[in-house]
Design a protein around this ligand. Structure first.
Ligand SMILES: CC(C)(COP(=O)(O)OP(=O)(O)OC[C@H]1O[C@@H](n2cnc3c(N)ncnc32)[C@H](O)[C@@H]1OP(=O)(O)O)[C@@H](O)C(=O)NCCC(=O)NCCS
Length: 160
């Protein structure tokens, strides 16, 4: 029987917690699994030194399911990283992470969340659009692509 993403249920009891330097190894395991151009250890350390909000969702056995990184910019939160481990994808955890980060930003009185996503990342685009994010612009050739090419970013925002 597959486990359903129920953050209050006793079966899997996933819960959120603040990631620290001690978690970077296991974050990198997922990061390198899911991205063609993953963040480096240095990127995560920089984020932690900058006091970005880095939250992980882990199950009852403390296995990391996914994580997100938020950077406050005036009255807007920027979603810098958002990932679910491959074996946990397709189960609805993305919405649980989005619910959590939106609620957290709202509680801190931020007015909106901004993110960038690769034009080719149809899965993430579908998740964000379905959640209520809207495209507000594009950044030309923003992302590197294998083979020395570049790819546009779609900039999306949701009002809180
Ligand atoms: C993007 C990501 C977080 C989504 O998590 P997930 O667990 O796969 O998401 P869910 O299962 O909740 O939802 C996936 C949705 O995308 C849809 N989908 C799946 N594959 C798709 C594809 N190739 N094209 C379009 N939509 C797709 C599914 O049908 C599902 O929609 P539904 O809920 O209406 O059925 C996850 O895939 C991931 O970590 N990807 C790698 C990192 C990444 O790209 N992060 C975003 C950076 S901007």
């Amino acid at each position: 029987m597959s486990q359903t993403p129920n953050i209050s249920g006793a079966v899997s009891a996933p819960h959120f917690y603040c990631l620290s330097f001690a978690d970077v190894d296991r974050v990198l395991e997922i990061e390198e699994q899911v991205y063609s151009h993953p963040w480096t250890r240095g990127n995560f350390h920089d984020s932690l030194y900058s006091a970005h909000q880095m939250l992980g969702l882990q199950d009852a056995s403390n296995n990391l399911i996914g994580y997100y990184v938020l950077m406050p910019v005036v009255d807007e939160m920027h979603l810098l990283n958002f990932a679910i481990a491959t074996q946990h994808q397709g189960l609805g955890y993305a919405r649980i992470l989005l619910d959590h980060l939106c609620a957290s930003a709202r509680e801190q009185r931020f007015l909106s969340i901004l993110l960038e996503v690769r034009l080719s990342n149809l899965r993430a685009l579908s998740v964000y659009t379905e959640y209520g994010f809207s495209e507000i612009g594009r950044r030309k050739s923003y992302y590197p692509v294998v083979g020395n090419l570049r790819e546009d970013a779609i900039v999306m925002r949701i009002e809180l």
